[in-house]
Ligand binder design. Structure first.
Ligand SMILES: *Cc1c(COP(=O)(O)O)cnc(C)c1O
Length: 399
């Protein structure tokens, strides 16, 4: 029997037609190339300088001189890469110190580091739960939580974003399962709203469930001293599991973590696949993480600036007649409702030197198109003023 042919030829045309569909739906993602460090002002490869309002650089640490200094020193003392997973020969004193400091910061019992929060969430459920158990997940949870849930055999329940009545319904349905865990983002990235963790905890108690919060967008941003949603609701140390990233407020490089109850973290170290089978984060990145934790413990100046900037921006925009979703974080959704308007406005703002992103269906619900503005402690008043003026000018031009 002879089976001939050129498989890739057929596969290629299959991919090409899918890519064409993505493009004609206006969903094709092009990457803008930066040739400067990440910061409030960036330079793109065409030499254009723009003000950046779409980074997760909440505390302005992406290009921090203090962190760069720590990284340089650690490069000399501990080298560049670990060439190993943690449990073989990929653990340094710095990795251990960072885990301890993260636990201290969140008031938790133990912490496990990952290469990214995506891995932390991808590797958290499968080692802990089986088909006898239940995961009750917010409908707007991050893709990494969704993937983590998919990798686990536990029964899945989904509740409408931050909807406590629906959560209660799902908890009732999940009663026959052995163990239950409710999972939510701390801050949702499209609206900037905070999960109602106080109420979620009440329901968890009433219906006998555990709680996991992903603090990726909220750690360093929410709570009086930046300890996230659990601090915001006075629940420090109360939830069973917290996941988070070093890639947003906490420096912006790379790395993620899961922190919480001792036995849970212990089991993750034994069984969590992205931890067991993926490289250890570089010592210099861990050292920068340690430095960030020290900064967070030392004071709240950056956080205060971030809050002041966010308030200034939203107040001025509302004064100017823009429709801003109420935010409790550093994410400001400028509501435009119409996808075309959001797209065109973002393009025109870029021409004015303001880099923001328009979001529309299917990333947000139909008819809820918006421009998402992300504020940073590194923004100066003049940056904010320039953005506010540009929004005003473009809105006038378009209407
Ligand atoms: C950004 C984000 C992640 C992924 O973080 P990485 O460390 O970049 O993988 C996970 N969860 C939430 C809620 C996020 O916002």
């Amino acid at each position: 029997m002879k089976i001939g042919g050129d498989m890739y030829k057929r596969f290629k045309s299959h991919l090409q037609s899918q890519l064409n569909d993505i493009e004609s739906a206006g969903l094709y993602k092009n990457e803008r190339t930066l040739i400067s460090p990440q910061g409030p002002e960036i330079t793109t490869s065409d030499g254009k300088k723009v003000l950046n309002f779409c980074a997760n650089n909440y505390l302005g640490l992406s290009n921090s001189p203090e962190l760069k200094e720590v990284v340089r020193k650690t490069l000399d003392s501990h080298g560049y890469g670990m060439s190993s997973v943690r449990f073989i020969c990929g653990t340094t004193d710095i990795h251990k110190e960072l885990e301890q400091r993260i636990s201290d910061f969140f008031g938790t019992e133990d912490t496990i580091l990952y290469a990214a929060a995506f891995d932390a969430n991808g590797g958290v459920f499968e080692p802990l739960l089986t088909n006898e158990d239940a995961i009750i997940s917010d409908s707007l949870n991050h893709a990494s939580i969704i993937d983590g849930v998919r990798l686990c055999k536990a029964k899945r329940f989904r509740y409408t974003n931050a909807d406590l009545e629906d959560l209660e319904d799902q908890l009732i349905q999940a009663q026959p399962q052995r163990f239950r865990i409710i999972v939510t983002d701390g801050v949702f990235s499209m609206d900037g709203n905070v999960a109602p963790l106080d109420k979620i905890m009440e329901l968890a108690e009433k219906y006998d469930a555990m709680v996991m919060v992903d603090e990726s967008h909220s750690a360093g941003v929410i709570g009086e001293t930046g300890r996230g949603t659990t601090e915001h609701f006075n629940l420090l140390g109360k939830v069973e599991i917290i996941s988070g990233t070093l890639g947003k407020a906490f420096g912006g490089a790379i790395g993620g973590f899961t922190t919480g109850k001792k036995e849970i973290i212990d089991m993750l170290r034994q069984r969590s696949r992205p931890y067991l089978f993926s490289n250890s984060i570089p010592p210099m990145v861990a050292a920068a993480g340690v430095e960030v934790m020290k900064m967070m413990e030392a004071g709240t100046d950056r956080l205060a600036t971030l809050r002041e900037n966010t308030r200034y921006f939203t107040d001025k925009m509302i004064e100017n007649g823009f429709d801003i979703k109420p935010t409790q974080s550093a994410i400001c959704a400028v509501m435009l409702y119409d996808a075309k308007v959001a797209q065109e406005m973002a393009a025109r703002l870029l021409e004015e030197g303001i880099y923001v992103i328009g979001f529309y269906f299917p990333v947000v619900p139909q008819g809820e198109a918006r421009i998402r503005v992300q504020i940073s402690a590194a923004h100066k008043k003049e940056h904010l003023d320039k953005a506010i003026e540009a929004f005003q000018k473009v809105a006038n031009d378009m209407k």
